[in-house]
Write a protein that binds this ligand. Structure first.
Ligand SMILES: [Zn+2]
Length: 387
């Protein structure tokens, strides 16, 4: 009986001593962490001061521009290095979580040599990531994490499986975005390719994003969320990988007009000129190239080189889907191998107006625009007209 009491006393005393020691370690760790945060806070204040100066200079040049500091929400974890609530102009970053991949005693500091053990975390625990030290160094990166019991400590980042990828972009405010792809985007009833088609959102069209899907999807090799958006009075889901903030939208380039009065029908490089050449498909010489080939990606918009009227919109086995535009009684331009034409016969078109999309229909080895200029039936060198 007496022995039992003695053992009990010893165990209680040891546990109490251990608890005091852990408490002391925690305090020490806290002081170091506070110092890092203080340092970081100073840097942030410096950046913000510089930004404020830049903004006021800019306001003088362009009043009412109202720019704000760009914040990469994808790296929100790193932004939590500072306390955003006290900084105007920087939105609060969402919390970033990770899953622990193996049992580990959290450390008081982000190094093995200058560090002591704290609480144990177990594989499968979900923890909040407060900051990552040396984030670009795979071997040396440490994460300061907060456990479900609100305890903080450091763990090598390699023992964390990031679930940050699944943290949604902020939906606190509505965002104006635009469709960056050159083809229309399908708005769907659900955040999935399986969702029903609601409507098409044309290239460059602006939409209002009101939220994001809970998880990412991968489409055309792009991994991103689906954005819930309003367009033309309807609400549905668009793949966010094809959307960008309207603030980033480049100003439209005026079409480049050559001395011949023609604008380039497609943005791209001329890779086969007018004249005699080796046939690209049969590899035989003696072929005469009646136009020029302009390399451009599939779906790139094709624009009329000059104002005119759609003379023909048709398909054959050589040119695939093609359009002929008549500019005056005797002057014609030809646009061949289109994936899809986008103008009707008899329609009036302005210079630079969309008439179709680049493709590789007909006799073509890859997507490009075969462009011809003809006076009557005679093909002329298009480069002379584009210069
Ligand atoms: Zn060609």
């Amino acid at each position: 009986m007496l022995r039992g009491v003695l053992w009990f006393t010893i165990i209680v005393t040891l546990s109490a001593l251990f608890a005091v020691e852990v408490e002391e370690l925690r305090r020490k760790a806290q002081r170091k962490t506070d110092a890092v945060r203080g340092e970081s806070q100073k840097n942030v204040e410096k950046i913000l001061a510089r930004f404020a100066e830049f903004k006021s200079d800019l306001e003088k040049l362009k009043p009412g521009l109202g720019i704000s500091l760009p914040v990469d929400t994808k790296n929100a974890g790193k932004l939590r290095l500072i306390d955003h609530n006290e900084l105007t102009g920087i939105p609060e970053a969402p919390k970033v979580f990770a899953i622990v991949t193996q049992d580990y005693r959290l450390k008081t500091w982000h190094s093995d040599s200058d560090s002591e053990n704290l609480d144990r975390v177990r594989a499968g625990d979900k923890v909040e990531v407060i900051m990552v030290v040396n984030p670009r160094s795979a071997g040396l990166a440490w994460a300061l994490i907060r456990t479900a019991n609100e305890n903080e400590g450091y763990i090598p980042q390699m023992y964390l499986k990031n679930v940050a990828e699944q943290v949604q972009p902020s939906t606190q405010k509505k965002e104006a975005k635009y469709n960056i792809s050159s083809a229309p985007l399908r708005m769907r009833s659900e955040p999935s390719l399986a969702g029903e088609l609601i409507q098409l959102v044309p290239a460059e069209a602006e939409v209002e994003v009101i939220g994001y899907s809970a998880t990412k999807d991968t489409i055309d090799g792009l991994s991103d969320f689906w954005a819930q958006a309003n367009y033309a009075g309807k609400t549905g889901w668009l793949f966010n990988g094809y959307l960008r903030p309207v603030a980033q939208k480049p100003a439209p380039q005026p079409p480049s007009v050559g001395a011949g009065g023609f604008t380039m029908p497609v943005d791209g490089r001329v890779n086969s000129k007018f004249g005699p050449r080796i046939d690209p498909v049969t590899k035989k010489s003696g072929d005469f190239h009646r136009g020029i080939d302009i390399m451009a990606p599939m779906g790139e918009p094709i624009k009329s080189a000059k104002a005119g009227e759609i003379y023909e919109n048709s398909t054959n086995k050589w040119w695939g889907n093609y359009i002929i535009v008549q500019h005056d009684e005797n002057l014609f331009t030809y646009y061949c191998h289109q994936s899809r034409t986008a103008a009707r016969k008899g329609q009036r078109v302005a210079a630079g107006e969309l008439i179709g999309y680049v493709g590789k229909t007909g006799k073509a080895t890859g997507p490009h625009l075969h462009f011809e200029v003809r006076v009557g039936k005679d093909p002329k060198d298009p480069l002379q007209y584009l210069k």
